[in-house]
Write a protein that binds this ligand. Sequence first.
Ligand SMILES: Nc1ncnc2c1ncn2[C@@H]1O[C@H](COP(=O)(O)OP(=O)(O)OP(=O)(O)O)[C@@H](O)[C@H]1O
Length: 342
Amino acid sequence: MNDGVKTGKQQPLLEIRNLRVELNQARGKGRLSVLDGVSLSVSKGEIVGIVGESGCGKSVLSLSVLGLLPNAMQMTEGEIWYKGKHPLHQLRDKELRGFRGKELSMVFQDPMSSLNDGLTVGTQVIETFRLHLGCSRKEAVERTVRLFRKVGLSRPEALLSEYPHQLSGGMRQRIMIAMAVSCNPGLLIADEPTTALDVTIQAQILDLMKKIREEDGTSIILISHDLGVVADMCDRIAVMYAGNIVEEGTVDDIFERPRHPYTIGLLHSIPTPAKKQKALYSIPGTVPALQDRGTGCRFAPRCAYATERCTAEAPAFLSIDEAHRARCILAAGEGVKADAVS
Ligand SMILES: Nc1ncnc2c1ncn2[C@@H]1O[C@H](COP(=O)(O)OP(=O)(O)OP(=O)(O)O)[C@@H](O)[C@H]1O
């Protein structure tokens, strides 16, 4: 587990406050809440993991930061501050475009969604430098070769004239990371960056992201289904469920002292060699659809500990200690016993 950057009291690099995002339904059927009052901060040089099952809102949260929400969605409440002085929630498209690539960057699961297969990788990275830094072609080529070397690509000069489809998945992911960090962004958002890669290449790409944080002080939001990956990479973890953060803490808080039954369920679902002989645990039920979220605790229908109170009222986000919070009425006091869920 990572004991790298400590969470301090300094001005966060990114601060999301009470963010609400809604989806406009077709044919004037009204709006559905997608994110429901999400608050999260990221300090300089910190790696924050966001975990949760499919459909919990992890991608919508990161797209909100980048100002890239789908047309049918809009922020209806909340604020997103960058370096304490840039209100990203208020910036116009043109201003946000200036931030993207330069200050805020994103790496996706599928490199081909960001790379243009009709252009050589050299041209694509060189053009990024020219566009954002305004440098000459010669300087942009030199920077690209240096960057390719930095992200672990061998024979960088030859690579300049190759097309994405000529490269392996791992090499394409390195190129995409190279493009994302080319202008030294303050924040890199990586959405399932290694899911499509085999295990060895996965480890290399994760090591590359750690190196970028260490050498350049880049903050990283790492979205992942894989709790093993976030345990290894992150300083803090936010667990999302049905449009809310339901638990947040340091890696040790989440893995050693989890308080929310959902987090505990996710931890029990991690495959380990010891569990090989047994059927793998999975949390019963599924994440509710946007229209089925109800008024009480959204996890209550799947929770072995739910009481009438849980279905009647939405739980507050309780502070357990300095960095550790959980959105569960049982999180106070002793909380749920982590071994009780399996
Ligand atoms: N373009 C869209 N139009 C309509 N609904 C959407 C759109 N994108 C996402 N949603 C809905 O918003 C909710 C949150 O989706 P989101 O993609 O953020 O989840 P996620 O946690 O990132 O899931 P995954 O791990 O599968 O990527 C889901 O209910 C999803 O169906």
